[in-house]
Design a protein around this ligand. Structure first.
Ligand code: C2E
Ligand code: MG
Ligand code: MG
Ligand code: MG
Length: 281
């Protein structure tokens, strides 16, 4: 298909998008073509270990501070990069930056696990595993984790299985992100070598007032444990939810009540401080 961009004479667009981008998307793509990753940066959202009440991990999230449009949400630009085939270079940048940051701050040596979000497109990309193998040279690969959404695993499940197996051989663990939002959740939990399940925010945020969500969260935790997976609850917004999640046996929690995604130096300051998390504080 000849894209709108080509018809409009945007010769900088070097790919054939599957979905024709609208004017807003074209603006973003043009900006990306001109400046690459220049205005991108990473933020760090801590993960709280519910038994030790310590920060034992962190998720890296991408931010785009567009010179004229301001901060653009990843929920807007990630799908665009996925559709346009640009995600490959974006993910590689994120992984390189993350590894550099892990080295700079000795995150492995401090026992911190670092998670990076990876798209399906990345998993099925031919050179991905060899890129990763190269990228983790300077760190202990066991500290790195990839988060993959459910849909990511079902699209090309044979290939996904192969790649996840190769990644686990490198020492890299994988997590199923946004658990509960896809459509074949249970089948792939037993099929794929994943170490962690991340409960989607839409089930977690109101477990104290929503009995149905509480039941879903409880049974997902039990299912994960039965299959040997650890559970992280995402989008935890109040103290009462932390207490409840701990009672349900959930291992880790992430959310605004613990910390928002932080700038690198703020995250480092947090892990350097004698962190005492308390539900009563
Ligand atoms: P995700 O991986 O499920 O990340 C969790 C999202 O929930 C993040 O949004 C985070 O800021 C937000 N969040 C965390 N705690 C809370 C809370 O207590 N309340 C609420 N309301 N929100 C909370 P963000 O950073 O906007 O990212 C959205 C999604 O974009 C991510 O969802 C992930 O799928 C994707 N994404 C972000 N960075 C990357 C990246 O580097 N690569 C790829 N492929 N995807 C990324
Ligand atoms: Mg994630
Ligand atoms: Mg998630
Ligand atoms: Mg989510």
């Amino acid at each position: 298909a000849v894209s709108i961009a080509r018809k409009a004479g945007h010769t900088w667009l070097e790919y054939q998008p599957e979905i024709e981008p609208n004017a807003d998307d074209l603006r973003l793509l043009k900006e990306f073509h001109e400046h690459g990753m220049r205005d991108f940066y990473l933020v760090y959202q801590p993960k709280l270990d519910l038994s030790s009440e310590q920060i034992t991990g962190v998720e890296v999230l991408l931010r785009w501070n567009h010179p004229t449009l301001g901060l653009i949400a990843p929920t807007k630009f990630i799908p665009l990069f996925e559709e346009s085939g640009l995600i490959k270079q974006v993910t590689r940048w994120v992984i390189r930056q993350t590894v550099a940051s892990m080295q700079r701050h000795q995150l492995c040596q401090r026992g911190l696990h670092v998670s990076v979000n990876v798209s399906t497109r990345d998993l099925t990309e031919a050179g991905f595993v060899s890129f990763v193998k190269q990228a983790v040279q300077g760190i202990d690969a066991h500290c790195l984790q990839f988060e993959i959404t459910e849909t990511g695993l079902i699209d090309d499940s044979e290939r996904a299985l192969e790649v996840l197996t190769q990644l686990s051989e490198l020492g890299i663990k994988c997590a199923v992100d946004d658990f509960g939002t896809g459509n074949s959740s249970i089948s792939y939990l037993s099929k794929f070598p994943v170490a962690e399940l991340k409960l989607d925010r839409s089930y977690v945020f109101d477990i104290n007032n929503n009995d149905r969500n509480l039941k879903i969260v409880k049974s997902s935790i039990d299912l994960a444990h039965a299959l040997g997976l650890k559970v992280t609850a995402e989008g935890v917004e109040d103290f009462a939810a932390i207490t409840l999640l701990k009672q349900l046996g959930c291992e880790k929690a992430q959310g605004y009540v613990i910390a928002r995604p932080l700038a690198e130096h703020d995250f480092i300051a947090l892990v350097n401080s004698p962190f005492q998390w308390s539900a009563s504080s």
